[in-house]
Structure formats: structure tokens, C-alpha cells
Design a protein around this ligand. Sequence first.
Ligand code: NDX
Length: 253
Amino acid sequence: MPVHCQQSPVLVGSATLATLGALTLYFGEPSSYGKHTGSLATAAHLSARAAWFLQELPSFVVPAGMLVRQPRTLLGPPETVLLGLFCVHYFHRTFVYAFLNRGRPFPIRLLFKGSVFCMGNGLLQSYYLTYCADYPAEWYTDLRFILGVFLFILGMGINIHSDYILCQLRKPGEIIYKIPQGGLFTYVSGANFLGEIIEWIGFALATWSLPALAFAFFSLCFLGLRAFHHHRFYHKIFKDYPKFRKALIPFIF
Ligand code: NDX
């Protein structure tokens, strides 16, 4: 049976994402995984690799499932290409990043919440692009699409490079923290987060859609706050932490 675009789930989903972003900022507490994990003795947890794989998997499976049902042409309509970009990000996050990760064990309670979040967001973005978006053929030459895709690719490059630097800091089995060096870490403590924020702002521009704007806003709130907490953590534990380095935005903040 053909599915038709329903505006209300799109509006409710986007408003929920934006509200979660605003609540994250309002409470101002870091999510308690990684550097901000509480006592590992009291909470049930899973290895970081398994946790990131399981948590991010729905963000790939849901849109990829919708993508394979689209008609296959060399360069499909813009909505298919944009959904493809979303899948590329989450393919890397699920099948590559998760297995490079040498992080501390991840609390199962947060893993469950993270999976629900990834499922909801994957469904929202792919539902919108599959059933609601209707771009004209000229969208490929529209400045919003061109600049948005450029920012998406730039942000993804920064994010992957920075995450790779972080994942290489430890030898297998180590759980200590070191000062990240190189790439955008020269300028900011949250280089990987800055890359991801640029990526989703680019995606919002290229799709010109409410769900993508809401996700960019959520990422800005969640990752911006996380960058701020990481920066504070580094200053607390490293007396020789580079003074010049900012939290998220080079030279500014
Ligand atoms: N996952 C997005 N909130 C999150 C999981 C948790 O993809 O209920 C948001 C995502 C979820 C969260 C997700 C949504 C909100 C939730 C939350 C749980 C509770 C919360 C559901 C879904 C919630 C309310 C109440 C509002 C509803 O040991 P370690 O882990 O610290 O090791 C780290 C290592 N490392 C170092 N090693 C040595 N020396 C150092 N100095 C090191 N610094 C770091 O590097 C890790 O192994 C690795 C990376 O660590 P870190 O802390 O820099 O990044 P991390 O936060 O783990 O993110 C990893 C990547 C990164 O590229 C980031 O941009 C992306 O994932 N990400 C992460 C979170 C959300 C997100 C993207 C997005 O919103 N777009």
C-alpha cells in the first residue's frame, strides 16, 4: 500500500528533537559516558565497541532499508542522494568508528536511550526524505544544495580525522586520558564535535528541511555542551594543557 506524507509525525518528531537539545542545554549536565562516566562498579555496562555498534545500528538500518526500496538510477532525485549521504555517515559510525573505538565501557542504560534516539532520528530523517521531500530537478544547482553538501563533506572529514586521532591515543587495553594533538585539536578540545556539528548544519542546508534543522540544533546543543565539559575536564587533569586551545570554536569559545 503506498505511503503518503503525514505532516504531523514530521512536526512532532522535529519538535521533540529540538526540545531534547534545549533540555540538554538547560540542565547543563554531561551525559555520563566516556570521560563523564560515574562509577563503573555500580552500573551495568558493555564494551564501548559493542555499545557504539548496537546504539548506532538503527540510524543506518532504518534509512538504508528505505533507500534500497527507491528506484535505482545512476544519479537519482535529490532526496535519494541526500538520504544516501545520511546512510554514508551512519555506515561509517556503525561499521568503522565503533570498531576503532578504545573507549571505557558504556553504561547499558544510556545505550538503551541512545538506541531509541537513533531509531527515532533515523526514522524521522528517512521518512521525511522518502515520503515528504519533493525537490525540483534544479535543486542540484541550487546554492543551498551545493554549499550544504560541501559543508557536510568538510564536517565529515574533520569528524573522522579527529575521532581517528582520539582513538589512536591509547594502546589496546589502556583507559588513561592523554592530550590530543594535531589537526583541529591544535585549536579546540572538541574537534570531532565541531566536525559533526558542521556536517549536520550542511545537511540541514542541503535538505532545507525541518527534521534536519532540528537534528543540527540537537547536535549543536548536545555536542557543544560535551565539548565544553571535555575542555573543563582537560584543564582539571592536565596542568600543561595548551592555553591557546578553545573548547569548540577556534579563537573564540
Ligand atoms: N550518540 C549522538 N538525553 C549518543 C549516545 C548517548 O551518536 O537521555 C547522541 C550519538 C545519547 C545521545 C546520543 C543522545 C542523548 C542521550 C545520550 C544518552 C543519554 C542522553 C540519549 C544518541 C539523554 C536527554 C535527557 C536529553 C534525553 O573512554 P572514552 O569513551 O572517554 O574514550 C574516548 C576516546 N577519547 C580519548 N582517549 C584518550 N585520551 C583522550 N583525551 C580522549 N578523548 C576521547 O575517544 C572515545 O573512545 C573516543 C571519542 O570520545 P568523545 O568523548 O570525544 O566522543 P563521544 O561523545 O564518545 O562521541 C563519539 C562520536 C563523535 O564523533 C561525536 O561527534 C559523535 O559520536 N556523536 C556523539 C553523540 C551524539 C552525536 C554524535 C550527535 O548528536 N550528532
